[in-house]
Ligand binder design. Structure first.
Ligand SMILES: Cc1cc2nc3c(=O)[nH]c(=O)nc-3n(C[C@H](O)[C@H](O)[C@H](O)COP(=O)(O)O)c2cc1C
Length: 230
């Protein structure tokens, strides 16, 4: 299985996982069973990477360690601005800014937050650092020098986790926010200084009957992003 994969069998659940995956921001308190973790992680590690370099490490928090980390991250977020390993991008093309604005409007809308209510928006933002009350949080770290290609590898890995999780009935929210305070994460988990905290995700079974989870983001029509050349 490790060395040989039969690609003649159709992977019929992939399309369904892609179509039905979306960011989940309300979770049930049901813990993730160890057998489900094992399956999720064994699937996820099949992600491709540059020359099979596999630049990722996963730090998985549940229970007390997750709650303690949430407390430290919330305190850090209240105390000052983020200091991620690489500066977060600031300049976006106008059409991307429109999509990002639209996302904010829609999410605040379903969360019942008035967009002009900055205190409520800030409070909502802090939910990121509480892992949206998910039963588990995953931090993705690397000891590799950060560059564009390591970023692509980790992106492939992240998406493989998200889709595998969906196939197993789990919900996820990928979060750049979890890379906002790498020093805090390193301190809490007693990591070596060379282990960089890139991003993370909240993971668990989605809360049923959640308005927030019901919102699905739109995508641009193909003609805005694809050009065939014959
Ligand atoms: C690299 C990356 C970072 C993200 N960071 C956050 C985050 O910090 N907080 C959050 O609530 N959502 C975050 N998201 C989720 C996006 O907002 C979401 O994927 C996007 O709006 C599309 O919606 P969907 O995932 O429901 O399809 C992130 C997604 C990606 C891929």
């Amino acid at each position: 299985m490790e060395e040989f994969i039969n690609v003649e069998e159709k992977a019929i659940s992939v399309a369904e996982a892609i179509i039905t995956r979306h960011s989940v921001r309300e979770f049930s308190q049901k813990a993730i069973e160890q057998s489900v973790w094992d399956e999720l992680l064994n699937l996820s590690k099949r992600a491709p990477s540059w020359k099979n370099s596999q630049p990722w490490k996963l730090r998985i928090l549940q229970g007390k360690s997750k709650n303690k980390m949430a407390e430290s991250l919330v305190n850090a977020a209240k105390a000052g601005p983020p200091s991620p390993e690489n500066p977060w991008p600031e300049n976006y093309p106008a059409d991307a800014k429109r999509r990002m604005f639209d996302l904010g409007m829609k999410i605040y809308g379903v969360a019942g937050i008035d967009r002009k209510d900055k205190a409520a928006r800030d409070q909502f933002m802090l939910n990121n650092f509480k892992f949206f009350d998910a039963p588990a949080a995953i931090f993705i770290t690397t000891t590799f020098d950060l560059n564009f290609y390591v970023g692509i590898d980790i992106g492939c890995f992240l998406q493989t986790i998200l889709l595998s999780a969906r196939a197993l009935g789990l919900g996820t929210c990928p979060q750049a926010a979890l890379g906002a305070f790498p020093d805090v994460v390193r301190k809490e988990l007693e990591l070596q200084p060379e282990e960089k905290v890139i991003c993370g995700l909240s993971i668990g079974y989605p809360k049923e009957e959640s308005q927030l989870n019901r919102y699905h983001t739109p995508r641009e029509p193909l003609e805005n992003m694809v050009q065939f050349y014959n």
